[in-house]
Design a protein around this ligand. Sequence first.
Ligand code: ATP
Ligand code: MG
Length: 413
Amino acid sequence: MKQSQLFTKTQKFAPQDEVSKNAQLLIRAGFVHKEMAGAYEFLPLGWRVMNKIMNVIREEMNAIGSQELFMTSLQRKEVWEASGRWDDEVLDVWFKTCLKNGAEIGLATTHEEPLTALMKDYISSYKDLPFSAYQFQTKFRNEVRAKSGIMRGREFIMKDAYSFCASQEEHDVFYEKAKQAYINIFRRLGIGDQTFMTFASGGSFSKYSHEFQTICDAGEDIIYVSEEKNIAINKEVYTDEVLADLGVTKESLMEKKAAEVGNIFSLGTKFSDALDLTYDANDGTKQKVIMGSYGIGPARVMGVVTELLSDDKGLVWPDVIAPFTVHLLSLEQNEATQKIHDQLTDSGIDVLFDDREVRAGEKFADAELIGCPYRVVVSKKSLEKGGVEMQRRTEVQNEIISVETLIDTLLKG
Ligand code: ATP
Ligand code: MG
């Protein structure tokens, strides 16, 4: 990608009404655009990051056998009435609208009800179970506070997965697999060290649900972290009884602000009861399907990474989700740099090529703001010394190396 052709430009200032650090930086660097509070457009650089995040999630969901689908955001009132969640008093974040014929419909806040209803067409026997399905799909929520930038959108993409099992034992097996998948996901996304599996309220079908909470000052939750056990407890269930249950003492816990990047939830038969999703068991009886739901907010992850890793010069992306691995800066050496660009991309490396006719200082400042993991400068001096000048975004020292060594280093990661 040539930077001269990228339609976004970096900006010195973020919009005055933008209070969150993640949105301020992402807007300045040209990753997102603010449409209104709680609604952001993802621009080419930001959309690349989102896709890389979603691909890591997709790989781990596929690895546990979950099947990707894509549902509609337009939802029928009937299925929500069946579960008792159509009422604005019950679910206070609804966006609702009407069809031309006057029929009321809802814009998806989540997909338990419609997916449970859909599965009535596909589940009939115990032989159809267990399985799970997931999607990356737009949710609309009329959130009261939308001050956390892309961490809390009024429209946002959610990865939501749902499991369908014949028995509690079958459910527990999948639930444990999902837990492990989530641990892998947040580790691969570069926030594993700061993310804790957190015991939270479980609803009527299980004692606890599990949230994945990343320690972050911009987060809106309070958790109590046990470093020794590598778990945390959400403030909402922080009682003497729960501490005893989990075998932790008050003194060993640290109170932290955190952002919920994902959660996994045992739903029992809540939705299969409401929408009558049954299967014929081995013994000929009709049984209710046992369900679970598993969410992750890719944009919230992107916001959290921004909040945690960026520095006073700009964004800092972990290699796996960086928009480009290399930011290649040509200091009046566009022809030679183009050749190096081609060698890198031929080796499968993502390159943002700064071929613009602007001052070197501007190129350096933009490279820091955009935050690609490797800055590679091609100048008359570097070429004379037989190569390019490479510097990691997180380090201060740089070195001149040959293009071959650069490619070797990058492919090793
Ligand atoms: P919160 O308590 O933060 O509002 P939630 O309990 O409503 O979250 P879920 O409905 O379970 O969250 O959604 C699953 C995941 O989707 C969350 O773990 C979070 O990562 C993400 N998410 C939820 N609400 C938003 C939002 N408004 N903007 C962006 N991501 C969101
Ligand atoms: Mg919410």
